[in-house]
Design a protein around this ligand. Sequence first.
Ligand SMILES: Nc1ncnc2c1ncn2[C@@H]1O[C@H](COP(=O)(O)OP(=O)(O)O)[C@@H](O)[C@H]1O
Ligand SMILES: [Mg+2]
Length: 296
Amino acid sequence: MRSADTQGWCTAGELLRRETRSRGIQMIEITDLHKRFNTGTPNEVYALRGINLTIKEGDFVTIIGTNGSGKSTLLNAIAGTFLPDTGRIRIAGEDVTNRTDFQRAKHIARVFQNPFMGTAPGMTIAENLHMAYLRGRKVYPAIRLDAARRQEYGKEVEQLEMQLEDRLDNVIGALSGGQRQALTLLMAVLNRPKVLLLDEHTAALDPKSAAQVIKLTRRFVEKGNLTTFMVTHSMQQALDLGCRTIMMHRGGIIDDLTLDEKRRMTVNDLLAKFAELRQAERLTDEMLVALRRDYL
Ligand SMILES: Nc1ncnc2c1ncn2[C@@H]1O[C@H](COP(=O)(O)OP(=O)(O)O)[C@@H](O)[C@H]1O
Ligand SMILES: [Mg+2]
């Protein structure tokens, strides 16, 4: 049996506590979502083919799938990067289907694969955190980066365990990829977003930094009871983290594992599932080889 630490944070007690806290509210509701790119051209891609998905408040969902199966597109659709062709998206009970990404940004935070994307390199750690703090707040009266705020940010940075607490005035551009990604994650969760979207956010990091960012992810998600949707390139990570794992292939959801199923499953079982798909002629030999290469 795996230790509590590697089972994600959904221990039975935690689950019960979350159930009570969240009162079963649906945070994300996606109905029959379709998206084609370059419609009507030779480059047409049918990226999302009728996605139906409901995610409860506080759920931590991991997503795996073949390359190009639509994982990032699904996250983009939730964030409002583009409008879907058909279908509806509701967040916290509100229909946001026709809202722009800017209008949704107050409730949705994202971390991408590239650690150089989420922060402003020419600004200091304190300034970046202050910018994240001000995001979505009223402009007036102005909240200044005073001594009290700096002290707050110092405490926040300390919990990253990345030796950054004495470097609040260093520009972000001078930091390592791992340190930047840890800060990006901290900035994403600072205002407790309704939805946290993580798109392979540890894939570009060295193993030690990746492990630390995963540890922080788990901690922040638990502390904030954040509804989290995390794409991962690692099957082990997908099984270890969160309460539910979704598998995508060719623009559709082909499997949806509960916490119990995840606990019983090994990486080899997951690979066998992909092999079963192949037998059903939904996955080619090349795709299976690519999966082993990408995920193991
Ligand atoms: N903005 C876009 N324009 C054109 N094609 C896109 C765009 N975004 C994604 N695609 C295509 O949609 C498919 C799904 O892509 P994506 O969601 O990025 O896959 P995944 O994240 O699962 O690897 C791919 O074929 C990809 O090339
Ligand atoms: Mg992707």
